[in-house]
Ligand binder design. Structure first.
Ligand SMILES: Cc1cc2nc3c(=O)[nH]c(=O)nc-3n(C[C@H](O)[C@H](O)[C@H](O)COP(=O)(O)OP(=O)(O)OC[C@H]3O[C@@H](n4cnc5c(N)ncnc54)[C@H](O)[C@@H]3O)c2cc1C
Ligand SMILES: *[C@@H]1O[C@H](CO)[C@@H](O)[C@H](O)[C@H]1NC(C)=O
Ligand SMILES: *[C@@H]1O[C@H](CO)[C@@H](O)[C@H](O)[C@H]1NC(C)=O
Ligand SMILES: *[C@@H]1O[C@H](CO)[C@@H](O)[C@H](O)[C@H]1NC(C)=O
Ligand SMILES: *[C@@H]1O[C@H](CO)[C@@H](O)[C@H](O)[C@H]1NC(C)=O
Length: 581
């Protein structure tokens, strides 16, 4: 039955049209003049399920207006946070503390200011989206070489959290490693008019702080990015078993410029993305309109979700595996949304211009159809609802990590079928960066997405396996968190692993001595304050703690706090059937 539902779902997914309701503005104010506001992320919920309030929101449309807003709020010593129209970060980076917070939206700071073909740069206001940046660059025959795969992020947000695509080549896949110059508006002293505007250039130490800042240094007004001449790529996906996968994590990224992996540990399969530049006279006009980022009928999303909830409720592992296989097989059969031209897929390799392949997100496209279709994670519909554990591991340890995960899965072969509905584990290359809060060395980033219940006290299937992997990555292998994703656990002690963490804090102290752009959350993440771990009943289920007693799990539902099976130091919530009942 589950299978049939999945099939129907996937068929209608493929038939879905490219119209949808655009995502909602994450800032909602109930009173006139943008006062009495709430702010959330694109999923409509933070990892701890808190609600964030601000007493007002400002929507500056020019640099001068932005400067006035920051000066005014600094004079009043108000807490501030930069909010984007997209708000795609999972943690509550966007929340100002207290009752009198101010949200400074970059929604109207959305102009491409200049594209310099000769210098091969683009200068944009920070609210410009990745999609707009890619289009503006392409219009001048230029390309941003590496970028996230989803169009809907803003330049300010990508820099704020260190967003990236996949590459070990050139300066690596992180957008911040292509910043040539940026302008930052921060609080100032009274004699400076309560505001200070700094223009940082490549080579300035402060740029290393500002280009990945979690938003705590002030507002990035504009950014100049280094581009390259437009080029063509050739993409081929190849499926292999995961027998030698661990070894290949260290070599594959050196062989192919845009290499990445999608790993299905329970299926023992990996999809290798063989993706390289090709001469520009190679024929092909490929397009990548990634299926999971297309607008999808809400009814279909609800059907998939209901099936997933039923499987969770019944602990139906076979159903998860069957559904997972069908999802991955369907994505594969439809080449994930790749076509050799605008419409049809005729086979690999798909060759095309970089700007048409590097990222996508047609679910952002308007016609407001009242949520008949939407982005799959839109919080206004009953669609996807998940946790994301996303971290990078130094390339020297990826082989051992993969082996440990394989050992763990071998003990419970169906356990990671729970990832397949979310298309497995996406793995992308990142390189060491001069950014103080950037990656410390060449690394592989793991994106793990999994079921989250509407009920914070409800455990999930194979909870213990997911938690063991999370703790293994963070505590055994010293993972660095993606700043824009994750549950609290992944940030525990992370800041100590950044060689220049202290340098970052010095710059923060200089730019914003009163901490007006900081919050309890950013202080916790930056190691300035305790409280990342929130102990309480069921806290481990939501990643708010590592369990140390059964009550942190769900003992009444048979989930008890136990040791890891491969990484013995892990403490995880494991389901144990009570015998004789
Ligand atoms: C569907 C989807 C796909 C994704 N794909 C990828 C991917 O391929 N690769 C990847 O690395 N990540 C990816 N992410 C995560 C994403 O990169 C980060 O969450 C991203 O940084 C969010 O950007 P945003 O514009 O939504 O910023 P927000 O989440 O709104 O803001 C992020 C932080 O930056 C700060 N900030 C924003 N603008 C400014 C500014 N102008 N000045 C100062 N501070 C500012 C904010 O205050 C906040 O602290 C994805 C997320 C989703 C939902
Ligand atoms: C502020 O907004 C909340 C809902 O978010 C509402 O309950 C409250 O009445 C509002 N207060 C005022 C003064 O408008
Ligand atoms: C300046 O702050 C005051 C009080 O906090 C507010 O009423 C006013 O609208 C603000 N002006 C600007 C330009 O933000
Ligand atoms: C995995 O693939 C390799 C070839 O790439 C093959 O030699 C090996 O037998 C396969 N292993 C399994 C378990 O299928
Ligand atoms: C592409 O151009 C190169 C020279 O620049 C030439 O040698 C090659 O044959 C061309 N290839 C195609 C497919 O036209």
């Amino acid at each position: 039955m589950g299978n049939l539902l999945f099939s129907l779902c996937i068929v209608s997914l493929l038939l879905s049209q490219s119209t949808s309701t655009p995502p909602q503005d994450p800032i909602q104010c109930t009173s006139p003049h943008n006062t009495n506001c709430t702010v959330t992320n694109s999923y409509g919920i933070f990892p701890d399920r808190s609600t964030c309030r601000a007493s007002s929101a400002a929507f500056p449309a020019t640099e001068d207006e932005l400067i006035a807003v920051v000066a005014n709020a600094t004079r009043a010593q108000r807490k501030m946070k930069v909010a984007t129209q997209s708000s795609h970060s999972i943690p509550k980076l966007v929340c100002p503390d207290g009752d009198d917070g101010l949200l400074i939206s970059t929604k109207l700071l959305d102009r491409v200011l200049a594209v310099d073909k000769a210098a091969m740069t683009a200068t944009v206001e920070s609210g410009v989206t990745l999609r707009e940046l890619i289009e503006a660059a392409a219009g001048a025959g230029l390309a941003l070489p590496y970028a996230p795969y989803w169009w809907g992020l803003t330049v300010g947000g990508m820099l704020g959290t260190g967003a990236h695509g996949s590459s070990l080549w050139g300066e690596g896949s992180a957008v911040h490693d292509y910043v040539a110059e940026m302008t930052v508006v921060s609080p100032g002293a009274a004699e400076e008019g309560f505001v200070k505007v700094r223009t940082l250039k490549e080579g300035d130490g402060e740029l290393n702080a500002a280009k990945v800042s979690l938003g705590v240094l002030g507002v990035i007004y504009k950014v100049t990015l280094k581009l390259q001449p437009m080029f063509k790529r050739s993409v081929t996906y190849v499926i292999r078993n995961d027998t030698n996968f661990g070894d290949e994590t260290t070599t594959f990224g050196l062989q192919h410029e845009f290499a990445d992996f999608t790993w299905y540990p329970s299926q023992r399969q990996v999809i290798y993305r063989i993706d390289d530049r090709v001469p520009s006279n190679t024929s092909g006009n490929g397009l990548y309109d990634y299926f999971p980022f297309r607008s999808t009928p809400s009814l279909l999303l609800a059907g998939v979700r209901i099936a997933e909830e039923a499987q969770e409720y019944l602990k139906h592992a076979d159903g998860k595996c069957a559904g997972g296989k069908l999802t991955t097989a369907t994505l594969r059969a439809t080449s994930f949304g790749l076509t050799n031209n605008d419409y049809i897929f005729t086979g690999y390799p798909v060759v095309g211009y970089h700007n048409r392949l590097q990222s996508s997100g047609t679910c952002l496209d308007s016609p407001n159809d009242g949520l008949i279709t939407a982005c799959p994670w839109d919080s206004r519909i009953r669609g996807e609802f998940f946790h994301q554990t996303t971290f990078s591991l130094d390339l020297s340890v990826t082989k051992n990590f993969v082996r440990d995960v394989q050992t763990l899965v071998a003990l419970d072969p169906e356990s990671l079928c729970v990832l397949d509905l979310y298309n497995g584990i996406l793995m992308r290359y990142v390189t060491g960066s001069s950014a103080y809060l950037g990656k410390q060395g060449d690394a592989l980033d793991f994106d793990i997405t999994y079921y989250r219940s509407e009920d914070p006290k409800a455990p999930r299937m194979f909870e213990d396996v997911l938690e063991e992997i999370e703790q293994m990555a963070v505590f055994k292998y010293g993972a660095l968190p993606h700043w824009g994703k994750n549950r609290n656990v992944a940030f525990a002690g992370a800041i100590a692993r950044y060689e220049n963490g202290a340098e970052f804090l010095k710059v923060k102290e200089e730019y914003d001595p009163l901490g007006l752009f900081s919050s309890e959350w950013t202080d916790q993440v930056l190691g300035l304050r305790d409280g990342l771990t929130v102990l309480g009943e069921g806290c481990a289920l939501e990643g708010l703690c590592v369990c140390s007693e059964d009550s942190h799990c769900a003992p009444e539902e048979g989930y008890f706090c136990r040791s890891g099976k491969v990484y013995k130091e892990a403490r995880v919530c494991r389901y144990e059937e009570v015998s004789g009942v």
